[in-house]
Design a protein around this ligand. Sequence first.
Ligand code: IMP
Ligand code: MG
Length: 186
Amino acid sequence: MTCQSYVLKGGNRVEYTIKTLLTREEVERRIKELAKEIEKDYQGKDLLVVGLLKGSVVFMTDLIKEIDLPLEIDFMSASSYSGTESTGIINISKDLDIDVKDREVLIVEDIIDTGLTLSHVRKMLEERGTKSLKICTLLDKPSRRTVEIKGDYTGFEIPDEFVVGYGLDYDQQHRNLPYIGIVVKK
Ligand code: IMP
Ligand code: MG
């Protein structure tokens, strides 16, 4: 458990600890399993892996190294979050460079929470004429869902807790933790 006392971007000081939920070994093992499933399903297909910035970066880099197939990658930035609360507003601050028309697209996300971000991104990419569109998420908080959406490949279902690490942040901090931890406020 790591002890933190941190001044948020807004100026408020918060004190919290980070309690391990999933160890580095558990996460790494599961990523290898997901990669092998993806590898099996995309044999002979022209795969384009799309990461949603910034949360998916750590997961995605580990994932693609384990997929033994020709593939391309691209990134998009779509966010609905500020601090720990969902605003419900989706902002696309960076769009894809690659045209997804007729492509077999796999969206990689860090976590599905309310599902708002992904349902918006999915609709947008489908409207551009993808040949297929699937979702791979490291984490899923099904109890928080407000729109119907499911990962085709899901690493772990987790309880309704705010988590950090492996790409996930709390006020932009802790993305580099090599495990998934719950933010426990004091
Ligand atoms: P959604 O649109 O509510 O599904 O939000 C998804 C996004 O919210 C994720 O890509 C994360 O960036 C962020 N998010 C949701 N839950 C957490 C969490 O527990 N920790 C850190 N970020 C989270
Ligand atoms: Mg995100």
